[in-house]
Design a protein around this ligand. Structure first.
Ligand code: 4NP
Length: 163
């Protein structure tokens, strides 16, 4: 059975759809098709139904083969049982997710995505929404590092088989 990953940010139009689509790209690149399934959601409902932000898509397409797909949806408590690992982009997202788990039953499923970075020292993926294009490019670079690190860890733990 595939490992099911859910990437979560605030609006589900910038960071988490980028993470979802980058991870799908890396799964293909690394020959792991069928072993990892991805989705994304936002803790907020402001952008539900919207496609990824144009600026985020523009930054992603600078990497050949990466196209951002999907529509924003809000995180729900049903996601705790649906997914194996829930990846928060920043601390606010982390606590926004755990706010839906008052008994802390699923706390171990919820992780900060930057904990999987090998190259970048940042501990959170900064919110690029109100900034310039460099913030969107930084999001892509950080997420590539984190998603590759996460795949490495899933392989090390035996949850994903190296090709
Ligand atoms: P995201 O970015 O959480 O990475 O999707 C944001 C999108 C929208 C807003 C904030 C952050 N907003 O305030 O509407």
């Amino acid at each position: 059975m595939a490992v099911k990953l859910l990437f979560v940010c605030l609006g589900n139009i910038c960071r988490s759809p980028a993470a979802e689509n980058l991870m799908n790209y890396l799964v293909d690149q690394r020959g792991l098709q069928g072993q990892i399934e991805c989705d994304s959601a936002g803790t907020g409902a402001y952008h539900v139904g919207e496609p990824p932000d144009r600026r985020m898509s523009a930054a992603a397409t600078q990497h050949p083969g990466i196209v951002l797909q999907g529509r924003a949806r809000q995180f729900s408590s049903a996601d705790f049982t649906e997914f194996d690992v829930i990846l928060a982009m920043d601390r606010d997202n982390y606590w926004g997710i755990l706010a839906r788990d008052p008994d802390r039953k699923y706390r171990d499923k919820v992780r900060m995505i930057c904990d999987f970075c090998h190259q970048h020292p940042l501990k959170e993926v900064p919110d690029p929404y109100y900034g310039g294009p460099e913030g969107f490019q930084q999001t892509i670079e950080l997420l590539l590092d984190a998603c590759n690190g996460l795949i490495d860890e899933l392989i090390d733990e035996g949850k994903v088989a190296a090709p």
